[in-house]
Each structure stands twice: as structure tokens, then as C-alpha cells.
Design a protein around this ligand. Structure first.
Ligand code: ZN
Length: 206
């Protein structure tokens, strides 16, 4: 065999024996906020019948979010704790199938995002929450969670001064951490850049 042919065989052998790279594990799509910010209190209403549908829609009371969104929420919790307060969340990631179930029960876009469009909650990039004091007691806010009246609007101002101040404090803490409030719901915040995340339909684990 001549020299070029030997070289050719050697190259072929090098190609065949080259180890295939190990697959890199994909980062998790969602993280449980309890592992990132254990101080955050949970009152996951859709895991109970205490919500506007009157039914439990999640199998477990968990707050799941995109990892980057959960880190921002952890920063908001740290800032709240520095003021002697804390965050209490009502809803985080919501599977698209649950969005469809809500829509079947209440097919009204004033109350429920059309599943054909998807909610920002379906992207793991939105959170519903309020402020609590050091003992865990909720601070007075304009309405309860999922109160779909104009009183829940962020610009509604026919309220006691302490309620306006509490709402503003929650908004400031969330904005500083990288969230923007929904104009019609004082409790709802979208992570800035939410549109970069896809709609998901992985179930909430038990
Ligand atoms: Zn919401």
C-alpha cells in the first residue's frame, strides 16, 4: 500500500474511533419556587376549590416558574423581607390544559385568557401575589384575588390611603425585580420579556 493510501486509512480510523460527545442535559423548563425562595408563602388557589371556578384544577399546591423568572421573584422576596414583609403567591405556572378547563367553565375574555392565545401564566412567566407582614397576615389590598371588578384595576383610586400605599409597595417591589403589572388586576405581574417563553402544557407534579 502506498503512503497516501495509508494516510487515508489512518484518517478514516480517526474519524470512526472519535468519541461521540456526551449529550448535555437540557435545563429544566420550570423550577419549583420553594427550592429557589423558600421564604415565599403559598396560597395556590387553583389547587383548592377556593377560586372563581369553585373546583380544584391543580393536583398540588406548587408555584412553578421559568428559572429566570423564579430568580427574579426571589429577589422581590428578599427586598420585601428587608422591609419586614413577605410575598404570598396565589398562582404561577398554569398548564395550557388547565387554561382550557377554565375557558370551558367561564368562556369570557374579561375573566379568563382564551386558550387559543394562551395566558402568560401558561408560559411560566407570570405570577399572582400579594404582600404579607412578618407574621404572614395579608396586607389590606383593594380586593381579594380574582375579583374581576374595576376596584381591582391598578388605577382605581377610591380607596383608603393605606390600601393605595400597599398596592404601590407591591408594584414597586415587583418592578424593581423585573416585572410589570397588569392594568386590570393589582395581583398580576408579568416577567419582563415573557414573550420569549413558549406556552407549556406539562402537568403540575403531585
Ligand atoms: Zn394572573
Amino acid at each position: 500500500m502506498n503512503a497516501p493510501a495509508l494516510l487515508c486509512l489512518a484518517l478514516l480510523a480517526a474519524t470512526v474511533t472519535e468519541p461521540t460527545p456526551m449529550p448535555v442535559a437540557a435545563p429544566p423548563a420550570l423550577v419549583d419556587v420553594a427550592t429557589v425562595a423558600p421564604g415565599i408563602r403559598l396560597d395556590i388557589r387553583y389547587a383548592t376549590a377556593k377560586n372563581f371556578t369553585g373546583r380544584a384544577l391543580y393536583p398540588a399546591a406548587r408555584c412553578l416558574l421559568r428559572p429566570g423568572v423564579a430568580e427574579r421573584l426571589a429577589r422581590a422576596q428578599e427586598a420585601a423581607a428587608a422591609q419586614g414583609l413577605g410575598l404570598k403567591v396565589f398562582d404561577c405556572y398554569r398548564p395550557l390544559s388547565v387554561q382550557r378547563a377554565m375557558w370551558t367553565l367561564v368562556p369570557d375574555e374579561r375573566y379568563v385568557a382564551d386558550p387559543a392565545k394562551g395566558s402568560r401564566h401558561n408560559r411560566g412567566a407570570a405570577v399572582d401575589l400579594t404582600l404579607v407582614d412578618a407574621s404572614g397576615k395579608e396586607l389590606p389590598m383593594p380586593t381579594g384575588f380574582d375579583d374581576f371588578s374595576t376596584r381591582a384595576h391598578r388605577d382605581y383610586d377610591d380607596l383608603p390611603p393605606n390600601v393605595i400605599a400597599n398596592r404601590a409597595q407591591l408594584e414597586r417591589l415587583m418592578q424593581d425585580a423585573g416585572f410589570s403589572g397588569l392594568p386590570t388586576e393589582w395581583w398580576h405581574f408579568d416577567a419582563d420579556g415573557w414573550e420569549r417563553y413558549d406556552v407549556l402544557d406539562v402537568p403540575v407534579p403531585r
